[in-house]
Ligand binder design. Sequence first.
Ligand code: ATP
Length: 859
Amino acid sequence: MQSDYNAAWHTLAMNEAFSKLESSPEGLSPAEAQARLAQVGQNKLKEGKRKSVFAIFLAQFADFMIWVLIAAAVISAFLGEWVDCGIILFVVILNAVMGTVQESRAEAALEALKNMVAPMARVVRDGVLHIVPAALLVPGDVVLIEAGDLIPADIRLFECASLKVEESALTGESVPVDKDTKPVGDAGAAIGDRTNMAYMATSAAYGRASGVVVSTGMETQVGKIAAQLGAAQKETTPLSQKLNQISNILSIGVLIVAALIFAIGLLSGRELFDMFLTAVSLAVAAIPEGLVAVITIVLAMGMGRMAQRGAIIRRLPAVETLGSTQVICSDKTGTLTENRMTVKSVRTDDEPLLWQAMGHCNDSRLSKKDKALGDPTETALIDYLLQNGHWSTDALRGRTRAGEIPFDSQRKRSSVAVGLKQGGLRIFVKGAPDVLITRCLLDDDMRARIERENDEMAEKALRVLAFAYKDVETVDTRDVEGTESELIFIGLVGMIDPPRAEAAEAIRTCRAAGILPVMITGDHKATAVAVAQSLGILSDGRRALTGAELEQMDDAALDADIEGIGVYARVAPEHKTRIVEAWQRRGKVVAMTGDGVNDAPALKKADIGVGMGITGTDVSKGASDMVLTDDNFATIVTAVGEGRRIYDNIHKTAKFLLSSNAGEVIAVLVATLLGWRMLAPVHILWINLVTDTFPALALGVEPAENDIMQRSPRDKKTAFLTGGDWLRILCVGAAEALLTLAAFIVGARVYASPELGMTMAFLTLSLTQLFATLGFQSERHSVFTMKAGQHRALWIALFGSAALQMIVVLVSPLRELFGLAAPSLVQYGIVLGLCIGMLMFIELLKSFTRMLWKRGEEK
Ligand code: ATP
């Protein structure tokens, strides 16, 4: 099948194309599609090869400090220091293994997310409409295309209703191209001139069409280009870039201190090799290389959790931005409401004509089981017609049309032309009442009556559609204005779309979290206000504005007013962009939802573009940072909470890691200055191994603090680590070092055993870090208010790490290997006391900070 892909499909007449593809407008049979899939493979572009686990493992060695360590191991071996050599190599390999595990888990999580947003296609097989993953399309499949769809394969169009396709991905031309079905004479026509073809990776900007798939996967035009392109770039986030910078600067600092320690040690007559190993070990331990790695895995795991809760992150930086969201602009229909419409009210003087209009001017189709499929506004009309016996299912299936102008949210109306028995055509138009009224031939009384009825329905939160018609001899649907004017009014239909059960609660959560909810809708102002009021969006005294009123305002007026507007009604998609920009000029971080093809610019402009997984068009999803699998407003709020939790945890992890490293550097520096051999190089490496990984990861996956959605959003301008944070990091590091030195003095002086001093310092330096983890678990609240049961990962990490640390001291062969002594119970008690002292110190620091904050808030 695929071997024919070079055929000049655009030159063929439709029957030739179908016979070449052994297909028809009814599509393939499911069995034939299956067989072709087995033959030609999935309709997917090959991606750059995923890194193998072994490659990830090897990549762990692309680090300067690892090579310094390996060099140190080799030198140790030359000098016959087999123990040192063995332990260093063990540390190197363990580090690489842990790095590999972390990185492959992060990659797997990202990969799984990618598959969750796989595009779907509407395909006709044996005359029945199916929605299948686009990957399963095969040549010969008949597909339906609507505005907003990504074109799922290379397609020859055989039925076209004003289709315009945006082909910039292939041709560079950003103005959408008009499509039709006529054969193109020139076999060598450029892609952009093949007007009866739609190509994979382009998108439908307007209209509707049916076509037959001619090639899939790597045989498509874009597939041929993709084959020439390399693998996609790896994405980094602003936060990981910032942390990378911090870690680079600190690395230089650590290297300088390590060199200093080496020099001082030599000057004070210590052994050259011992001092060299000490300096290297310290550098390895204190360089915060783990920081960025931990952040990556925390972000990836956070994305996994968000996906489970219905929010798929498409761009990694969104995770960070989410937490600082200050304004959420949301669509009404489907996001705040259920998008389950039911006709509640019908007003007309000519019922039979209204039933005709409702049935004909309607794109929904019937499924095999007679269920209406399509846009909920339209399926509600069909449901009503069927339930009340105004149409039969057979009659609905037999509908034909002579022309149409599809709905778009700009015009807010749609038209269908139907052939009349007596000859000529009847054009049915439906749309927003306020829009249709201006296109109908009406006297003043009639107009006033319709407006009154419309208002009555809208104030009851009903979504109202008006219907009109006119009879003509012929129609040119390209003349939209002419076709949709001088209409005769038929009637109004009002339908209810109940607010989502969880929406009101989510709005309350938003307010408590200092986030402003804003409703933006294409619906009538009265309908929008009624829904907004029932949800509590306008409870703060803000008002509603219409798109027309918005257009009257210049940017300055909008900026001055924006905080006072809670609802925008009858807006067009381009208004959304203006609203986003106005908020951004006020320095706010804005999330904006969107589903239509024209929403893409606003979604891109917003700090967080939120796409709709169920009702969203491919184009809008592609422009989003986050896609909701349930289209639900409450899910955005949940995701913001998750974003805050992740940011919080990264902050805690960074503070913990940096203070631990500071503790190690200060302790070894002071000891060297005092001429003490307090810790052997392998001790330093071991402590780093025990404390750097598990507790840091555990802090990264901590549950959210209870009050996380009761704080104001983080100001995006504040630095990730403030001056205060650095001071706290230094204080905690200094305290750890001090306690370690104290432990050494007790062992080496009071008990007069250098080995015991070393052992006590070894235990104290690592265990104080583990106790500090408990202190860092909350940045604001005391550890004594912590609900112990909720922190499983943290406890496992702490006890696991403590056990690793203790094993070296408790198991005698290991103890001898590390050159340590066995402390008595009292001596263990002293170490424990010092550790508790560490925790108390952090709690003291926190209560001091809390006091400062309180004062700040009172001012
Ligand atoms: P939101 O922006 O919150 O999703 P919405 O769904 O009401 O709100 P649009 O879909 O842009 O926004 O619809 C705007 C108006 O157009 C509706 O209020 C309705 O009057 C009219 N309308 C909606 N769907 C159709 C349709 N299929 N055919 C004709 N008119 C429609």
